[in-house]
Design a protein around this ligand. Structure first.
Ligand SMILES: C[S@@+](CC[C@H](N)C(=O)[O-])C[C@H]1O[C@@H](n2cnc3c(N)ncnc32)[C@H](O)[C@@H]1O
Length: 203
């Protein structure tokens, strides 16, 4: 009986894995054909303890070189899963502009900021705009970062040219991806696009 149950469990797990892989393939192919931003409900996963365990915000902050006092832009902030942590890391002297193309994502972020637990965050400005046309002056930011967002932008060369324009001389673009994202790009693709936009590879 024990063997049969173990056997059944293996079959179920393999079936679930197969379903996950099949879904990934279908979504990845579909997203190559039509550019659709992540739906707002994806934030339920993006801002979950599971995601934080997998992709700890503190690690992203450290690897991106985000430090207190900086003026920072997040491209595709979604529901603010990472931005909340970045805002705190920037401290009262720092400033975060959280930009997203979708009003629904920004509304989710706004609701989170209004919660009592987040009332200490007072250095974030939410902006609804397209990464291909950043509504900021040249050389505004010390650092621009994007977490599992850049591949969703339909014209990445144009968005990266915009990033370069709004970065101060010596400024940094930090890109983080998540492997389960249906838009997950190869590392070398991101490096090539950034290099073509005139950005030099740091690490
Ligand atoms: C997968 S979500 C990631 C959200 C957030 N960075 C995180 O890690 O939780 C990608 C986000 O990029 C945004 N996005 C897609 N295309 C965009 C564009 N052209 N300009 C600005 N944001 C865009 C989507 O609306 C979505 O909120």
């Amino acid at each position: 009986v024990g063997y049969a149950m173990g056997h059944d469990l293996t079959t179920v797990l393999l079936a679930l894995l197969g379903l996950f892989v099949a879904l990934q393939i279908v979504v990845r192919v579909a997203k190559r054909l039509v550019h659709i931003p992540a739906p707002a409900y994806a934030d339920v996963f993006l801002d979950s303890p599971f995601r934080r365990l997998w992709q700890p915000p503190a690690k992203i902050i450290e690897r991106s070189g985000i430090a207190p006092g900086m003026t920072v832009l997040e491209i595709g902030c979604g529901g603010g899963a990472i931005a909340r942590h970045v805002a705190r890391a920037l401290g009262p002297e720092g400033r975060l502009v959280a930009l997203d193309v979708q009003a629904k994502m920004l509304a989710r972020f706004r609701r989170k900021l209004d919660r009592p637990a987040n009332r200490d965050i007072g250095n974030v400005t939410l902006v609804q705009a397209d990464a291909r046309e950043l509504p900021f002056d040249d050389e505004t930011f010390d650092l621009v970062y994007a977490v599992t967002a850049l591949p969703e932008v339909p014209d990445r060369p144009r968005a990266l040219a915009e990033v370069k324009r709004v970065l101060r001389p010596g400024g940094v673009l930090a890109v983080t991806e998540l492997i389960v994202d249906p838009d997950y790009p190869l590392r070398r693709t991101t490096i090539r696009l950034c290099t073509e936009a005139g950005l030099a590879l740091d690490s």
